[in-house]
Design a protein around this ligand. Structure first.
Ligand SMILES: Nc1ncnc2c1ncn2[C@@H]1O[C@H](COP(=O)(O)OP(=O)(O)OP(=O)(O)O)[C@@H](O)[C@H]1O
Length: 268
């Protein structure tokens, strides 16, 4: 196997109450994000501390406006941080220049978006390998084959996005996110534009990428069924972490959401 693809770092920041297991892939400590000033000031994240364990599949849940996407964007280096710390491996993101953040996203993070975000003029395989082309790294053939077979794209690699169903396009996006063997994959409502069957397939692939390929996945979702595929569900409300559920099932997540809504977000 070639060693040109980025290999996950092996720093051992250890187990903490915020990451109930082994090594930590990404960690927020007292992470605060404020948008705007004066009357338009919004505290989107209010001293959030959470750690995402390596080789784990975490769902971030919470009502609309609770800060899910903001947390993901700050942890992925897509948005700046107002106060506190966000670390990817042992790299502190707070204070990194735009250039370093761009490099970090390119080399160490995989992304899956609700809207697939594929380039229409490229075929599936070209879309999958494009980020590596930009980064100047050569695909690790064995890993790439494994990823492509995991997401079941073998006979569709020469098709362009318009010739693929939504579910197939999202499979390409998942393969693209995994192709560079990133330290962490962030998925923002990855099944939001799919019917339940295609959604289940994508969630199965994300879960397999964790179980079989050892990847680390953090997924923002509104959907209790989607959260049921994860190893852990972290619940946000009003910019704070309000609950942390190991081994979530769709039923328990739904029950939690009902209970929490019934309390009107007033805390435990
Ligand atoms: N660029 C921005 N400028 C100003 N306020 C913002 C910005 N982005 C998010 N916010 C505000 O921050 C808060 C958290 O937003 P965020 O998008 O993180 O929530 P969310 O939980 O992902 O919501 P949804 O489920 O609706 O996507 C909201 O009050 C939102 O209005």
């Amino acid at each position: 196997m070639s060693h040109e693809a980025p290999v996950p770092h092996t720093d051992s920041t250890g187990s903490t109450p915020e990451a109930p297991g082994g090594e930590v892939a990404a960690r927020a400590v007292d992470l605060t994000k404020v948008y705007g000033t004066g009357e338009t000031r919004v505290v989107a994240l209010d001293q959030v501390s959470v750690a995402f364990e390596r080789g784990n599949f975490t769902a971030i849940m919470g009502p609309s406006g609770s800060g899910k996407s903001t947390l993901m964007h700050c942890m992925a280096g897509l948005d700046s941080i107002s106060a506190g710390s966000a670390r990817l491996g042992d790299t502190e993101l707070n204070g990194l220049s735009d250039r370093r953040l761009t490099q970090l996203r390119r080399d160490r993070v995989g992304f899956v978006f609700q809207t697939f975000n594929l380039l229409p003029t490229l075929n599936a395989l070209e879309n999958i390998t494009l980020p590596m082309g930009i980064a100047g790294t050569k695909p690790d053939r064995e890993w790439l084959d494994q990823v492509i077979s995991t997401v079941g794209l073998g006979d569709r690699l020469r098709h362009r996005p318009a010739q693929l169903s939504g579910g197939q396009q999202q499979r390409v996006a998942v393969a693209r996110a995994l192709a560079g063997r990133p330290e962490i994959v962030f998925a923002d409502e990855p099944t939001g534009n799919l019917d339940s069957r295609a959604g289940a397939e994508i969630l199965g692939f994300l879960r397999n990428s964790v179980r079989e390929l050892g990847q680390t996945v953090v997924m923002v979702t509104h959907d209790p069924v989607a959260a049921g595929y994860a190893d852990r569900a972290v619940f946000l409300a009003d910019g704070r972490v309000v609950d942390d559920m190991p081994a979530p099932t769709a039923e328990r997540v739904l029950e939690h959401m009902k209970r929490y809504d019934a309390r009107g977000h007033t805390g435990p």
